[in-house]
Design a protein around this ligand. Structure first.
Ligand SMILES: C[S@@+](CC[C@H](N)C(=O)[O-])C[C@H]1O[C@@H](n2cnc3c(N)ncnc32)[C@H](O)[C@@H]1O
Length: 233
């Protein structure tokens, strides 16, 4: 997650004085980093549909005048037209049923020439070692069911264009590990998927992954995608 935040911040290219919007901010990890980049003249605003995440984010950021959090849906942003210089949304749009509406809202909230960064995972690229492929396919299919768009990056370029964005750039970042530790994306995901799927079969799959890790044979890889685009000038 730390590596991913660094890649998103580099793509966003925040400058002192920028007004930045984060759609689907979760507990606000990005905001505390970005507020340093924009300085006292700039501001960072986080929006999330989850009241618990917004409450958590507000607690973590108490006393910061240029940092604010609002409970709202990505398709109805609490933002004026052209209010923001830069906006981003990290692993959020894959959950949003009407991605086109969310992108049009982001475009509305950005000033002419403002920059957007969208990051999502193509979950079909998840590759792991297992002795029981059909079982792992069932586990990953059950995991995909919690997402509205498990392979959103495949269609994001035309969706961004249809929402009016220009200069659309896409970069893929492999996230791969041979260690089952909470510090790695794959290592964090195994217990998370086990708990989410919540079946005996999922527990058996996770046990297989732990056994592989103990033998020094764990393997995880997936592709995550960073899209950068400009609002028209
Ligand atoms: C995987 S988390 C990512 C959190 C944060 N962007 C990050 O990278 O740390 C997905 C977040 O999207 C939020 N979310 C899902 N659907 C949403 C929607 N329609 N509008 C706004 N936020 C949404 C969830 O509440 C959750 O906080």
């Amino acid at each position: 997650m730390v590596r991913r935040r660094g890649l998103v911040r580099a793509a966003l290219g925040a400058e002192p004085g920028d007004r930045i919007l984060d759609v689907g901010c979760g507990p606000g990890f990005f905001e505390l980093e970005l507020v340093e980049e924009v300085g006292a003249e700039g501001s960072v605003t986080g929006v999330d549909v989850s009241p618990a995440s917004i409450a958590h984010a507000k607690r973590r950021s108490e006393g910061r005048a240029n940092l604010s959090f609002h409970e709202a849906d990505a398709t109805a942003l609490p933002a004026g037209d052209g209010e923001f210089d830069r906006a981003f949304s990290v692993q959020v749009l894959e959950y949003v049923p009407d991605v086109g509406a969310a992108l049009r809202e982001l475009r509305r909230a950005l000033r002419p020439g403002g920059r957007l960064v969208v990051w999502d995972v193509d979950w079909a690229t998840v590759s792991m070692r297992t002795a029981d492929e059909p079982r792992m396919e069932r586990i990953l299919a059950a995991w995909d069911a919690h997402l509205t768009h498990p392979s959103l990056p495949r269609v994001l370029t035309p969706l961004l264009r249809e929402a009016g964005f220009e200069e659309i750039r896409m970069e893929a970042h492999p996230f791969a590990t041979n260690e089952l530790t909470p510090e790695s994306y794959g290592g964090f995901l195994v217990p998370f998927v086990e708990q989410f799927v919540g079946t005996e079969e999922a527990a058996a799959w996770a046990a297989e992954q732990r056994t592989l890790a103990e033998a020094g044979a764990f393997y995880f890889a997936c592709l995550q995608f960073c899209f950068a685009a400009q609002a028209p000038r």
